[in-house]
Design a protein around this ligand. Structure first.
Ligand code: UTP
Length: 409
């Protein structure tokens, strides 16, 4: 793309300010900026005019059943045997979603590098690896661990794992891959610039993981290793069980194509997505998409009808993921804090949300699957997300739960 093409495109989309500093740039910098302009998906930017309309859902009904703690207790020997067999046969891989920017936590480093220790160092990545090692040590097999990063944190993440000697994991079983980026815009749709030669970009949401995984050649890697199931999970839940044999076994025993760990919602207002049915197929409805009526609806047992909150820990069947590769996920327009340069070309890191990012979400992949097993876990044992610096879902609440579960901090 040359300067004139770029100018034309930018004029068409009312984004001429992107070239404000063009004359000051070195020829390399000019090429970088032109390259970015060429790569932008301009259709995305149009979506901000219709934020409510982009993901129209079908008919939502409550889930008819979930495997409850009681069921799991009753069948745990069978689940365990089946799950352990699959893991020992190398059929299960773990995939850590760590491409997010963690803007609410507000650290410049990858979220996984955050130190939650009190009397000693305990890093979030370390907790994830330790949780995975529990199963590895128990069963005596290495589980492939794929780590999704983004352009913004890839180098730091890889260097940190290297420096920390992979926290005792076998590095031959750890593979990193980068997700793609998307532009970020102000509330009135103007592209933000994060430097004179760079449009502000951010990772394109955790729903992009499979395409990036395939592009990085890792689907091939997984298939070569005989992987059939991928356990996908978020970086910020430091308590979760990873490649949990009972979870794997329950999905296989129930003949399900996919599975999600769930917790009963603490209150109707809790801000978690809920697993339910959409036109009879599994689907996750975000907390802000639940109508007032659905939020408080009760079932015949006087329990919340929409009570199964997801904790971002899923099992997918590789075959089904491949089958759905071409199916597009809808784009969510998310309000976030976006760093940008001001009129003096100084970088500003805003304290409050100042624009939109464009993200696809892994929770939308659930609807592409034929069925999904809801698998209940004990909140106090497995759900301690670190989203915020303080208050709800924060470092403090996670520390408390870790201590209750006997983890020294
Ligand atoms: P969150 O929804 O908490 O987003 O991610 P975030 O970007 O990390 O944090 P905030 O909203 O800016 O504070 C849930 C999980 O999905 C991953 C995160 O790393 C986390 O494990 N994620 C999110 C990605 O891997 N890529 C993304 O583009 C977004």
């Amino acid at each position: 793309m040359d300067y004139n093409n770029a100018k034309e495109i930018l004029a068409k989309y009312n984004q001429e300010h992107v070239l404000d500093y063009f004359d000051e740039l070195s020829s390399d910098e000019k090429q970088q900026l032109l390259g970015q302009i060429e790569e932008i998906d301009w259709d995305l930017l149009q979506l901000i005019d219709q934020p409510e309309g982009v993901h129209n859902k079908g008919v939502i009904t409550p889930l008819d059943n979930a495997v409850s703690i009681k069921d799991i207790e009753a069948h745990k020997e069978v689940y365990r045997a089946t799950g352990e067999k699959a893991i020992k046969e190398g059929k299960v891989a773990a995939l850590l979603l760590a491409g997010g920017m963690g803007t609410r936590l507000g650290s410049d480093k990858p979220k996984g590098m955050y130190n939650i220790g009190l009397t000693k160092d305990v890093f979030i990545f370390e907790m994830i690896v330790r949780n995975t090692l529990d199963v590895v040590n128990d069963l005596g097999v290495w589980i492939p661990l794929y780590v999704m990063t983004s352009e913004k944190n890839d180098k730091d993440t890889r260097e940190f794992f290297e420096k920390m000697n992979y926290f005792g994991y076998n590095k031959d079983y750890v593979k990193f891959f980068k997700q793609e980026m998307a532009p970020a815009v102000s509330f009135d749709g103007k592209l933000y610039m994060e430097g004179k030669n760079r449009i502000s970009t951010s990772p394109n949401g955790n729903g992009g993981w499979f395409i990036s995984f395939v592009k990085a050649g890792l689907l091939e890697d997984a298939k070569k290793r005989g992987v059939e199931y991928i356990n996908l999970f978020a970086v910020d839940n430091v308590c979760q069980r990873i490649a949990d044999p009972l979870f794997v076994g329950a999905m296989i025993e129930h003949g399900c194509r996919c599975a999600s760990k769930v917790v009963p919602k603490a209150t109707p207002e809790e801000r978690v997505g809920v697993l339910c049915l959409e036109d009879g197929k599994p689907s996750i409805v975000e907390y802000y998409e639940l109508t007032e009526e659905m939020r408080y609806a009760k079932d015949e047992n006087d329990e919340l009808a929409y009570r199964w909150g997801v904790i971002l820990n899923y099992l997918f069947n590789v075959e089904d993921l491949e089958k759905n590769l071409e199916n597009n996920l809808s784009t969510h327009i998310v309000k976030k804090k976006i760093a940008y340069i001001d009129e003096n070309a100084q970088l500003v890191k805003p304290e409050t949300e100042n624009g939109f990012k464009f993200e696809t979400l892994v929770l939308d992949m659930i609807h592409m699957m034929d069925n999904c097993l809801a698998y209940e876990v004990v909140r106090e044992k497995e759900f301690a997300p670190i989203k915020n610096k303080e208050g709800v879902d924060s470092v403090d609440t996670a520390r408390e739960l870790l201590k209750k579960n006997g983890v020294e901090l």
